[in-house]
Write a protein that binds this ligand. Sequence first.
Ligand code: NAD
Ligand code: UD1
Length: 340
Amino acid sequence: MRVLVTGGAGYIGSLAVWRLLALGHTVSVVDNLANGSLAAVQSAEDLAGRAADFVQADIRDTDLLIRLLRDVQPQAVLHFAGLKSVAESVALPLRYYDHNVQGSLSLLRAMQETAVRRIIFSSSATVYGQAARAPFAETSPIEPVNPYGRSKWMVEMMLRDFCAADPAFSAVALRYFNPVGAHPSGRLGEWVAGAPNNLLPYIIGVVQERFERVRIFGDDYPTPDGSGVRDYIHVLDLVEGHCAALQVGPGFSVYNLGTGIGYSVHEVIRAMQVACERAIPHEVVERRSGDVAISIADPARARHDLGWQAQYDLMAMCRDAWRFAEQHPNGYGRVAAGAS
Ligand code: NAD
Ligand code: UD1
């Protein structure tokens, strides 16, 4: 297949680029490099032994996307491009609606103009409301509590409406639970500049002595050890979920991508201690506002419809994430803009 990957220079997108290339697909990447790196695309190409086309551009530029889609004529678009910080979305909501909602609208317009009729969209488990009870099925109540989550839900609704209007169009929204891990070679993974909000990148920052200790946000939740429980999913499993979703027929579909297994903050710290073979200092602090006690996927629909099931356990996630961090203590480094 010919596939266009938006956000393919980012964490999850670059692993998808690697996997698509390795499977023999023809891959084009569009990314504005706001939070991505050409070095990630280069590593994906090196690992796959094949090249992708790269265009540095913003997906909000509809005219450029139309020209690109006419040129590439992809059979599918994997749409990862967007902003992802919950805290930033609360401070700068318009920025999030602009990149995430307006960016997706621009992409859909360009796809409509060029008759490209298949999209796979990176949604998030964050769309499930506080009222939902874990494990979350796709039918669980939706009630995102921050602008980031609402931007994801808005795009899902846009895709649903667009599919209803064009029966030949196929849109799959994949609701990721907590993506972690890296390529087992340690060459592709996640690096966060500054203080990460998410647990695993923060733990790694502590191991690298960039931060003093892990702050455990609350130990009085109704969970076995009192800390928050999440469904961590290896990024390789996530990428396989996208490959499986490429086969879904016309119409709008939504799938959870999670393992169905939850781990507490203490369990993640313990697993990472084993993976990096050192003690990780930590302390319990106040709960973080907006957190739920437990977020776990019911992945039955993806298993049934896509034949997809997560394979990797928490140790593999921690080992691979740590291998990438060891090899990239300063991330990929910012690569100078210089689009080709
Ligand atoms: P990332 O920031 O590493 O990658 C996103 C990429 O999109 C970056 O390379 C960035 O430069 C690019 N980008 C952003 N705005 C753009 C624009 N307007 N035009 C062109 N390129 C643009 O993030 P990620 O972790 O790889 O996440 C990928 C997608 O998955 C995002 O849509 C994110 O919201 C979603 N998601 C991520 C997580 C997670 O925990 N990582 C969880 C659920 C959903
Ligand atoms: C967070 C976002 C969610 C987003 C997801 C992306 C919030 C409120 N939610 O979810 O919208 O889709 O990231 O992966 O920001 N924890 C600590 N100490 C830390 C960091 C986290 O104890 O320094 C705890 C949290 O309380 C939680 C667990 O670790 O119980 C996981 O946290 P995190 O990685 O931020 O993910 P989510 O809270 O699931």
